[in-house]
Every structure is written in structure tokens, then in C-alpha cells.
Ligand binder design. Structure first.
Ligand SMILES: NC(=O)c1ccc[n+]([C@@H]2O[C@H](COP(=O)([O-])OP(=O)(O)OC[C@H]3O[C@@H](n4cnc5c(N)ncnc54)[C@H](O)[C@@H]3O)[C@@H](O)[C@H]2O)c1
Ligand SMILES: [Zn+2]
Length: 381
């Protein structure tokens, strides 16, 4: 039987979006268009927006939404829809999201709602966006303290990734993106993991500009791995074992416990570290493999522990994931570097084992950063 849910969309890594705007002008064509962005990106890339406004000749409008996680709400998505209506965006119109994951998630939700779905073009401007949030088909908004409780699967028409955007991104946000790169390397590529070990700190320091070939290689490779993982289960309806959920079982509750003050990338790093600890305790990876994962996260300036991390929080996270994944927790853990294993049932991760893995992280984080810096991860907006 042929599925009716077959989609193709292009994800292009290119160097001419910031410098010429040409790919975006081509994507806009003659259509009515609403460009959605955040204040920081709007201020930093005025020439790009100016070129689009000139090209649009009144058919194009810009909507600046808040760039914070706390503003990833249905109200914000609704405001985008209202602006699209005011700008005359109909079924043949297009929304273009230019920003981080918050911006592209909001724009995706709005695009799925306007006239039951209009085209969306995504231009991710953060590293998390370029290797993860901006290249898939999901949009989401937070509701009642639950991350992405409301959302949609709405494939983009095209995604344009220009690493030049990363030169203005604060180092902290480059590190958050590196957490997602480390995740996808652990899922599927030992070589990419090695590249991050060797070049991660230099790339963060240079705004992902130097070495240029390494920056391009890391981003393109991470995207390719991510798309390979997404492709067979794009709508998440084929099975509940998603390798890319690595680092994303405990992190939503860690984010929630800090009232979203801890950034998604920092929470993912902490979850990856814990998952590596659990993998070691359960015999899926060696002590050396667990340690190199912890060291790589720490050397990239990412946290591996947070004081909210308790066995109780982990159990709640696994219960929630069990419901989300339709009956089995399918906790993803690294089985060495570049491969994962699934722990099907939460009962296989007993409280005492969790307590030991968490205690180990606490001791290690203190050794790396010293107690004073353990809480130093605050979002930079
Ligand atoms: N849809 C998905 O599949 C998916 C996957 C992963 C993450 N996400 C979501 O993505 C969000 C996190 O995204 P994020 O890490 O991109 O953070 P973000 O969207 O919060 O952006 C971080 C900050 O960086 C600013 N910024 C963006 N680009 C910039 C640039 N080039 N230069 C300077 N500043 C810039 C933004 O204005 C914002 O203030 C979370 O809400 C997460 O749930 C979604
Ligand atoms: Zn993520």
C-alpha cells in the first residue's frame, strides 16, 4: 500500500543567504508573504530584510515575535496568523521563518493553521536551528508548563541553512547547538563525534567561522545524519523507537523544573550525560566511552549536571515519555559512540541505579567547573 504521507523538501546549506538574499527572493517569487523573525535577528540582519521588503513590493510584510522560550505560546502563533490575514496571505501565500528554534517552531504552527496549511520556508539562524529545530517538520508551542504540548507536523517547502548567521550568535548558543551535534554524532557517527572532540572548542570560539571547512563539514554532516534518522518515520507514526530522542527524555522536565530558564541545549547536554551514565550502569557502554562523552560535553562548555536532577524527576520524565511514546519508555542510551540502544521499560532503570548515575555526574561536574560555576548557565537574550 502506498502511503499518502510522502513528502519531499529541500534542505540546502549555502553561503549566499546572508550576503545576497537571493535564495529567499527566489523562494518568495510573486507570492504574498509574511516573514517572521525575532528582535535580535531583525536588528542584526537589516540589509537582508530590506532586500526582501524591496522585492516584495507591498506583497510582503514582516512580523517580529519575541525570541524567548517563555514566548513560545499559542497566543504568539495566533498573532502571526492575524498578521498573515492582514497581509492577505491565502492558500498560495508563504510564511518565511528567519530565526532560532522558537521562531521557526512558532512560524510552523502558524503556517499549519492559516487556511489549513500554507507553505513555509525556514531559515534557521542558530546552530540548534540549523542542525535540528529548523530542518524537521514539527512545530510546537508550550502550554500549561508542558513543552510543545500543542503543535503540528507541517513539512516545509524549503530550508536554507547559511553558517554565516552563526557569526553573530553568542558563544553560549553555539555551545547549545553543539549539544545537538554531539547527540546526532552519538546516534550515528563516530567520525563526527571525533571532529567535535578535535574542533568543537575552536569552532565555538570563532563563531563557527574557523576552520571554515570544519564548520561546513560539522553542519552538513549533522544535517545529513538528522535527515537520515527522520526520513523513515517523519510523522512519528511508524514506530516509537526514535534514536533522535537521545538526550530528550529527561531534558523536557529539566527545562520545566527551571521554568525554562535553563536553555534546551543545556538540558539536552545534561540528559546526554545522564543517559551515558545509565548506559554504563546497564552495560551498554564501557566506562571509557561514558567518560569520553562526559569529557566532550564539559570541554564544549556544556553542563552535565543540574541540581534539579533527582531519581524522582527522572521517573516522572520516564512516565511522561512512556505516555508520549505510546506505552513503552524506549529510553535511548548510547551503546558506545555512534550507536544507540533502547531500554524498553522504565522498570529496567531502577531508582538506585539512577541515584548512582546522578551522583557520579554531580561529582564530575564539580571537578570540571568547581561548585561556583555549576549554576552559571543562564540564557543570554
Ligand atoms: N521543531 C523541532 O523539531 C525542534 C527541535 C529542537 C528544538 N526545538 C525548539 O527550538 C527551541 C530552541 O531553539 P534555539 O536554540 O534556536 O533558541 P532560540 O530560538 O531561543 O534562539 C536563541 C536566541 O538567539 C537569538 N538569535 C537567533 N539567531 C541569532 C543570530 N544569528 N545571531 C544572534 N542572535 C540570534 C534569538 O533571537 C534568541 O534570542 C526550543 O523551543 C526547542 O523546543 C524544536
Ligand atoms: Zn533538542
Amino acid at each position: 500500500m502506498k502511503s499518502i504521507k510522502e513528502w519531499t523538501y529541500s534542505v540546502e546549506v549555502r553561503r549566499d543567504v546572508v550576503s545576497t538574499a537571493a535564495p529567499l527572493l527566489r523562494a518568495m517569487g510573486e507570492r504574498r508573504c509574511l516573514v517572521v523573525t525575532t528582535p535580535t535577528v531583525h536588528n542584526l540582519y537589516r540589509e537582508l530584510f530590506g532586500a526582501m521588503v524591496d522585492h516584495g513590493q507591498g506583497r510582503m510584510h514582516v512580523h517580529v515575535t519575541g525570541g524567548r522560550e517563555a514566548g513560545k505560546t499559542l497566543e504568539a502563533a495566533w498573532a502571526i496568523c492575524r498578521k498573515a490575514a492582514e497581509g492577505g496571505v491565502e492558500r498560495n501565500g508563504v510564511l518565511i521563518g528567519i530565526g532560532g528554534g522558537v521562531c521557526t517552531d512558532l512560524t510552523t504552527v502558524a503556517a499549519s493553521l492559516v487556511r489549513r496549511g500554507v507553505a513555509i520556508v525556514k531559515v534557521p539562524t542558530t546552530l540548534i536551528g540549523q542542525v535540528d529545530a529548523g530542518i524537521g517538520i514539527k512545530g510546537g508551542v508550550n502550554e500549561g508548563g508542558a513543552k510543545n504540548y500543542l503543535g503540528c507536523f507541517h513539512p516545509p517547502e524549503a530550508v536554507f541553512v547559511d553558517p554565516a548567521f552563526l557569526q553573530t550568535l553568542p558563544a553560549e548558543h553555539l555551545r547549545y547547538g553543539l549539544a545537538e551535534v554531539i547527540k546526532i554524532a552519538l546516534v550515528g557517527c563516530r567520525q563526527l563525534f571525533g571532529t567535535v572532540v578535535d574542533w568543537g572548542p575552536a569552532l565555538v570560539e570563532s563563531g563557527f567561522a574557523r576552520p571554515a571547512d570544519m564548520a561546513q563539514e560539522v553542519i552538513a554532516h549533522a544535517i545529513e545524519l538528522m535527515l537520515d534518522e527522520l526520513r523513515p518515520n517523519l510523522f512519528e507514526d511508524q514506530n516509537n523507537r526514535r534514536a533522535v530522542d537521545l538526550g530528550h527524555t529527561f531534558s523536557p522536565l529539566i527545562e520545566g523544573a527551571t521554568d525554562f530558564a535553563l536553555h534546551h541545549g543545556a538540558a539536552v547536554a545534561t540528559d546526554l550525560a545522564l543517559s551515558a551514565g545509565i548506559a554504563f550502569e546497564l552495560g551498554y557502554c564501557s566506562q571509557a566511552e561514558r567518560d569520553v562523552i562526559h569529557e566532550t560535553l564539559s570541554a564544549s562548555g556544556l553542563p552535565i549536571y543540574h541540581s534539579c536532577l533527582t531519581p524522582e524527576l527522572c521517573w516522572r520524565a520516564m512516565e511522561r515519555a512512556t505516555a508520549h511514546r505510546r506505552g513503552a519508555v524506549n529510553l535511548v542510551v548510547p551503546a558506545g559512540i555512534g550507536q544507540v540502544a533502547f531500554v524498553e521499560q522504565a522498570v529496567n532503570v531502577p531508582v538506585a541505579l539512577l541515584a548512582e548515575a546522578i551522583a557520579h555526574l554531580g561529582r564530575r561536574q564539580q571537578r570540571w567547573l568547581g561548585p561556583a560555576r555549576v549554576v552559571a548557565y543562564q540564557p543570554l537574550y
